[in-house]
Design a binder for this molecule. Structure first.
Ligand SMILES: NC(=O)c1ccc[n+]([C@@H]2O[C@H](COP(=O)([O-])OP(=O)(O)OC[C@H]3O[C@@H](n4cnc5c(N)ncnc54)[C@H](O)[C@@H]3O)[C@@H](O)[C@H]2O)c1
Ligand SMILES: O=P(O)(O)OC[C@H](O)CO
Length: 319
């Protein structure tokens, strides 16, 4: 039995993939309507079109779901600490796998840092990489990074969570994997804004490349390995998110660039993460101009046009 906290698009998609492969899944959702829809109609409101196997059972009882030996956390990043706080158990020795992407604006740590703070006796891991929930739910081939500082636990998680179409690569660099996943969303907003305002594909390629340099600068300063950033969780997810209209972060950026409105009910992790990254960079004395621009434009203090002018007018540098 695997427990999944969060019945949004991603939690539901992972539940479907695992259940289809023969693993029973208990899924926690906070609202009873979602639970009823899953249990009675095998449909999930956040993943329309998907039919859920009947070995997925949904519940509003977080304590029951959290008893599973392996627990996947699939709520948005900024609610991760609050959700873990609702679990009374210390989760001692349980494998707790964050499936969200971002940096907490309160304590400026990634998902495994939040797990360590809330449940220090749990084994924290992160599952991240290029993947749209719809693709996973449809059973399309997807490759992700499963990172856990505890090598043995990571090996067991890789074995238990891989399926014929969900291919997990193992790493012990949880910091590198989670920072790649968090930061690519910020760069995707920048790329969306660049295309939205009409700067074209060459400018987007420049933003992706210089954005990757910022991702690597911050992550390696915080102890990540450079080759983790070059893997699925970093470069792989950056490529997907900065180029696909299916990405909410990219589409949010497009709306910023076009000056149009964006559906506020959608999860756009890059906004709060840009804010957190800017504060983290200031604390560490790092220059991350693209991330800072995304924070300012998303926060409404600078226009897309002014941010671009400022980026282009920076002193010339060595690559
Ligand atoms: N959707 C994808 O394709 C995808 C792919 C990879 C990773 N992710 C990551 O998964 C995480 C979740 O994204 P999603 O797409 O599933 O989001 P979503 O918007 O589809 O669903 C979020 C779910 O979390 C619930 N939720 C929100 N705040 C909550 C709180 N305080 N307490 C309890 N539940 C709460 C909502 O009710 C909703 O069911 C994000 O970090 C995202 O980056 C998503
Ligand atoms: O829709 P987004 O922008 O949250 O992207 C979804 C996944 O993170 C892509 O890997």
């Amino acid at each position: 039995m695997i427990g999944v906290l969060g019945a949004g698009a991603f939690g539901t998609a992972l539940a479907i993939a695992l259940a289809r492969h023969g693993t029973p899944v208990a899924l926690w959702a906070r609202d009873p309507e979602t639970v009823a829809a899953i249990n009675h109609t095998h449909r999930a409101p956040r993943l329309p079109g998907a039919t859920l196997p009947d070995t997925i059972t949904a519940s509003t009882d977080i304590a029951r779901v959290a008893r599973a030996e392996t627990l996947l956390l699939a709520t948005p990043m900024q609610s991760l600490h609050a959700v873990l706080s609702q679990v009374a158990s210390p989760l001692t020795g349980q494998r707790v796998v964050a499936c969200c992407k971002g940096i907490d604006v309160t304590d400026l740590t990634g998902p495994t840092g939040v797990i360590a703070r809330a449940k220090p006796q749990a084994i924290a891991a992160i599952l991240t990489g290029p993947s749209f929930a719809d693709d996973i739910a449809r059973g399309l081939p997807t490759a992700l990074t499963l990172a856990c500082a505890d090598a043995d636990a990571g090996w067991r998680l890789q074995r238990d969570l891989s399926t014929p179409t969900l291919r997990l690569y193992r790493s012990t660099d949880a910091i590198g994997a989670e920072l790649g996943g968090a930061l690519k969303n910020v760069i995707a907003i920048a790329c969306g804004a660049c295309i939205g305002i009409g700067l074209g594909d060459s400018a987007r390629a420049a933003l992706m490349t210089r954005g990757f340099a910022e991702m690597s600068r911050l992550a390696t300063t915080l102890g990540a390995r450079a080759n983790t950033l070059a893997g699925l969780s970093g470069l792989g997810d950056l490529s997907l998110t900065c180029t696909s209209d299916l990405s909410r972060n990219y589409r949010f950026g497009l709306a910023l660039g076009r000056g149009t409105t964006f559906d506020a009910s959608l999860t756009v992790e890059g906004v709060k993460t840009a804010e957190a990254v800017t504060r983290l960079a200031a604390r560490l004395g790092l220059d991350l101009p693209i991330c800072r621009s995304v924070a300012e434009v998303s926060g409404g203090t600078v226009s897309v046009g002014d941010a671009i002018t400022r980026l282009l007018n920076r002193p010339l540098k060595e690559e």
